[in-house]
Design a binder for this molecule. Structure first.
Ligand code: RIB
Length: 291
């Protein structure tokens, strides 16, 4: 079972010829709205991968459709609180090469109550996974509670904040960073990445693939699958959700990374976030085509 603590956002997508420069006004070529938020995306990715997922988060009074959409993808929603604060939202600019620039408004995502989180994790224990990122409140408290129960804590440290990562590190089993974040964290802690006190470190390097290092010294590298990028938004969330689901199924880190890399590559060929994350059967067909 996977518990996801994470943001639920209303994503506003603007397709642009290029990302706006300071002071520039640009007309979008298209506009659409969808379900997003790094937490919701990860929950949907894990559920589409086939895992049993229970999401912990919050929406505002106008966020009922987002909860319904999560439920529609098979995510458990009984621990999603209804806040008086507005549902979180994201302004996502996507350029012609599929790169993005995102502004988030946290809203209800930061209005979580520890008692709700503790209730959500009441039945969780060894063999269960907590998957979380950095867009809500209560990351440290939730990770600590999960670690005390013997759960595996997978922490995708995005959006990156070195202080937030350092605060949660003692409770983390698998720390997921992209290449830039890994360098930033090493600089902030003034140590080499090999000296990080974390059982497993997973670094995603875009076209450079993904690298996994265990505290035991074991290392795995998995190459990226080359695709024509339409929209890279949510690719990291797709990777994290699929990786967690594969580990929950009992797969090795390498097998989990290969599945996650294929899911993320397929996502990049599609515009959007949660709705655009591929299902397990789509990922399986995609992998068969690549073989
Ligand atoms: O990682 C992509 C996500 O970041 C978007 O869905 C947006 O809501 C922000 O949280």
């Amino acid at each position: 079972m996977i518990y996801t603590l994470g943001s639920i956002n209303i994503d506003h997508f603007y397709r642009l010829p290029h990302l706006p420069a300071p002071g520039e006004t640009l007309a979008a070529e298209s506009y659409r709205v969808g379900l997003g938020g790094k937490g919701a995306n990860q929950a949907v990715a894990a559920a589409k991968a086939g895992a049993k997922v229970e999401h912990i988060g919050a929406v505002g009074p106008e966020g009922g459709w987002a909860v319904d959409r999560l439920a529609g993808w098979g995510v458990g929603t009984r621990h999603i609180a209804r806040s008086t604060k507005a549902t979180g939202h994201a302004i996502i600019n996507v350029d012609a090469r599929g790169e993005n620039a995102i502004v988030i408004f946290p809203g209800a995502n930061r209005a979580l109550d520890l008692a709700d989180v503790e209730r959500a994790l009441a039945a969780a224990g060894q063999g269960d996974i907590l998957l979380m990122q950095n867009e809500t409140a209560l990351q440290v408290e939730t990770a600590r509670a999960a670690a005390e129960k013997g759960m595996t804590v997978i922490y995708s440290a995005a959006p990156f904040d070195a202080q937030a990562v350092m605060a949660v590190l003692d409770h983390v089993t698998v720390l997921v960073l992209n290449a830039v974040e890994a360098v930033q964290l090493a600089a902030a802690m003034n140590i080499g990445l090999d000296r990080l006190r974390v059982p497993e470190l997973l670094i995603t390097r875009g076209a450079g693939g993904a690298e996994w290092r265990a505290a035991t010294g074991e290392r795995v590298h998995v190459p990226a699958i080359r695709v024509a990028a339409v929209d890279t938004t949510g690719a990291g969330d797709t990777f994290a959700g699929y990786f967690a689901a594969a580990r929950d199924e009992g797969h090795s880190p390498e097998a989990a990374m290969r599945l996650a890399a294929a899911a993320a590559a397929l996502k990049v060929t599609r515009a959007g976030t949660a709705d655009a994350i591929p299902t397990r059967s789509e990922v399986d067909s995609f992998r068969a085509e690549q073989a």
